[in-house]
Ligand binder design. Structure first.
Ligand code: IMP
Ligand code: MG
Length: 180
């Protein structure tokens, strides 16, 4: 087990949301999806790398057979968003007429999700919904509808449960916040 505060590279992070709380909340989101999505044959689209824990834990709590695919894009270096999307890989034509549910670890400025939503429209899906484990509401710069939100979090750099700081810390079971 990890202590309540950890040093990652040059910075200290302390636990904000425990692994148990995260697990409970992910289960609640899955329960809602079991009610709302079972008859929609959704295609889950997990945004790598950060959403791999969220996607795995969410899908194993669903009670209907479901399909998942992965895309990769990145806008972050260190602890600050660099503000532009650098790469997008993993989309293909099979998105047409599908009911897509994006799985994202965290929405910060919202630029990544806005970009992905625009890209997805080119494939003519039936619908695109967003599920984000974490949402930095105060940091949002663009209008964005997030259909499933795990936790609204303060506008500070976070780590753990898939989120990294320069590639370290993704395996922390809870969410940790940068100590000011
Ligand atoms: P946005 O485009 O500004 O909304 O940023 C979205 C992406 O930046 C997320 O998918 C994360 O990968 C990354 N990100 C945003 N905030 C954090 C954070 O606090 N810790 C680690 N990664 C973050
Ligand atoms: Mg991400």
């Amino acid at each position: 087990m990890f202590p309540p505060c950890v040093t990652v590279h040059d910075k200290e992070f302390c636990e904000l949301i425990s692994g148990e709380e995260v697990a409970r909340r992910v289960k609640e989101i899955a329960d809602r999806m079991n009610q709302e999505l079972a008859d929609k044959n959704p295609l889950f689209l997990a945004v790598l790398n950060g959403s791999f824990f969220f996607a795995a834990d969410l899908l194993r709590n669903l009670n209907f057979l479901s399909e998942i695919s992965f895309v990769k894009l990145a806008s972050y270096q260190g602890t600050h968003s660099v503000g532009k999307i650098r790469e997008l890989i993993g989309l293909n034509e099979s998105l047409r007429d599908r009911y897509i549910v994006i799985l994202e670890d965290i929405v910060d400025s919202g630029l990544t999700m806005q970009y992905l939503m625009e890209k997805l429209q080119e494939y003519q899906p039936q619908a695109v919904k967003i599920a984000a484990l974490l949402f930095k509401k105060e940091a949002l710069k663009v209008p964005l509808q997030i259909d499933y939100v795990g936790f609204e979090v303060p506008n500070i750099f976070l780590l753990g449960y898939g989120l990294d700081y320069n590639q370290l810390g993704r395996n922390l079971p809870g969410i940790y916040a940068l100590k000011s």
